[in-house]
Design a protein. Structure first.
Ligand code: ACO
Length: 451
């Protein structure tokens, strides 16, 4: 067993964001609707110099630079995205410009709403474990620009790119044989209208799909776990009530369209777990009382239910929310921003052996539940050290006026699918080392440069 998993992580966000409290005023909604009602703090958005390609170019080049990895040591590169810029040419192929003469690199793009990054991750892990593996490393990029038409969905946008360096003997190992998926044909969120960069979205349906997927994935994951460890005692504790599969996790990371949904998703999962494994909650009367309840979506907003689930939420999922709340929905990259938040939430020496559950959801719909173990004895420091700049980067963003945010989105709307196109915003506003769009020529070829 090669202990295949994540060796290093890089995240890139646009240099500008908008404050959700300011947006409440701008949109004329009641105070607290976006900050408490949706649970969001800030939302990243792109200037006309930034797009899904520029973010991906920056993420990969910084990952390579900071980990001192040679491009010749990359055998596979995949991109997960739902931000289409070309109906044929992959974003992966544009990233090949970074590779000079190292062209022997497998992989293309994966698309299905917010799930593409997970699909890319699973594919690359499979390559690393397969007979096709040639000893080199893999990179997965999850990148998106999430914007919605004016209306209730707009405050749930965001933008960013995460690049993962994958290989053997990793500090973050994907647990083998422990993965479950739920896939179905739904039209809760889709981009069938090629004339716009905005999705068609049925928000309430998308939330129902998310909960359906979560329960089904966890149920199947739990079955796999029980089957795999049927011969062993899966309880970590002695002389105490046994632990459910859910209780054994040290963190649960959810795909995060917005903070409130993650809070509800946690409650949904926990209440179902109480019903699946009631004996594990015998010492938890606040939770055991739900053993025969009819768990409904409405119940997840009930203050009593929120209070009863708060202790475990704070322990398991709250530490995964800092980045998603501050960046917004990065679609495919969102789940990995939750993972980064968790890795930054505790001292490195407390991390060994921790097991992290991951729930990935993409409308339409594709979803998976899997887990990652922080391998005891692995060199975690270098991975964590690479993440230390992130809180500073988030603080160094320029928080713009809501008018500038609206104008930028309107200009992007007008520029969508237009060629030739010359961006006008100032390159000086971008973070140093950023790649940016210089222009699109009359035949839709895109040109980028590095600051
Ligand atoms: N103070 C505090 N809370 C408030 C306030 C206020 N002033 N005003 C409203 N709220 C609460 C509401 O009570 C509600 O809480 P609840 O969820 O506990 O019931 C919450 O804010 C949201 O308000 P709603 O009116 O129910 O929803 P809204 O019409 O604003 O739409 C939605 C929210 C559906 C999430 C919309 O933003 C959307 O469509 N987003 C895109 C789709 C999406 O993200 N789906 C998630 C999964 S798919 C994906 O990842 C893309």
């Amino acid at each position: 067993i090669k202990k295949v998993g994540i060796l290093a992580i890089e995240i890139v966000v646009p240099s500008r964001c908008v404050d959700q409290a300011d947006l409440e005023i701008h949109d004329g909604v009641s105070k607290g609707k976006y900050t408490i009602g949706l649970g969001q703090e800030r939302m990243a958005f792109c200037s006309d110099r930034e797009d899904v390609v520029s973010l991906s170019l920056t993420a990969v080049s910084l990952l390579m630079q900071r980990t001192k990895t040679s491009y010749s040591n990359i055998g596979r590169l995949e991109v997960g995205t739902e931000t289409p810029i070309d109906k044929s040419k992959s974003i992966k192929s544009i990233l090949m410009r970074l590779f000079d003469n190292c062209n022997n690199v497998e992989g293309v793009d994966s698309t299905n709403a917010c799930y593409g990054g997970t699909a890319a991750l699973f594919n690359s892990i499979a390559w690393l474990e397969s007979s096709a593996w040639d000893g080199r490393l893999a990179i997965v990029v999850a990148a998106d620009v999430a914007t919605y038409a004016r209306g209730t969905a707009r405050p749930t946008g965001g933008a960013g790119a995460v690049a993962l360096l994958l290989g053997p003997n990793a500090p973050l190992v994907l647990d083998r044989g422990l993965r479950a998926s739920h896939m179905n044909d739904t039209y809760d969120f889709y981009k069938g209208d090629m004339g716009t960069n905005y999705p068609t979205v049925d928000g309430k349906l998308s939330i129902r799909c998310y909960f359906e997927a979560l329960y089904n994935c966890y149920y199947l994951y739990r079955n796999r776990f029980l089957k795999k460890f049927s011969d062993t005692d899966n309880s970590k504790s002695n002389n105490q009530s046994p632990k459910s599969i859910l209780q054994q996790f040290d963190a649960i990371v959810f795909h995060s369209p917005y903070g409130k949904l993650v809070r509800k998703a946690f409650t949904w999962l926990l209440l179902h777990d109480v019903q699946l494994d009631a004996k594990c909650y015998e010492n938890e009367p606040d939770l055991l009382k739900y053993v025969n309840s009819d768990i409904s979506v409405n119940m997840l907003s009930d203050l009593g239910v929120i209070k009863d689930t708060e202790k475990l939420f704070k322990k398991l999922t709250s530490p995964t929310q800092k980045l998603p709340k501050n960046i917004g929905n990065m679609y495919t990259a969102s789940i990995f921003s939750g993972l980064i938040s968790y890795l930054l939430s505790k001292p490195t020496n407390e991390m060994a052996g921790k097991q992290i559950a991951m729930f990935s959801f993409g409308s339409g719909m594709c979803s998976s539940f899997y887990s990652i173990t922080i391998r005891p004895g692995a060199k975690l420091e270098s991975l964590i050290n690479l993440l230390q700049h992130i809180p500073v980067m988030l603080e160094n963003r320029q928080c713009t006026s809501t008018v500038e945010f609206e104008n930028t989105l309107t200009n992007r709307e007008l520029a969508y699918n237009k060629a030739p196109f010359e961006p006008t915003s100032d390159v000086d506003n971008l973070f140093s080392d950023s790649w940016y769009l210089t222009h699109i020529d009359s035949t839709f070829k895109r040109y980028y440069a590095r600051k």
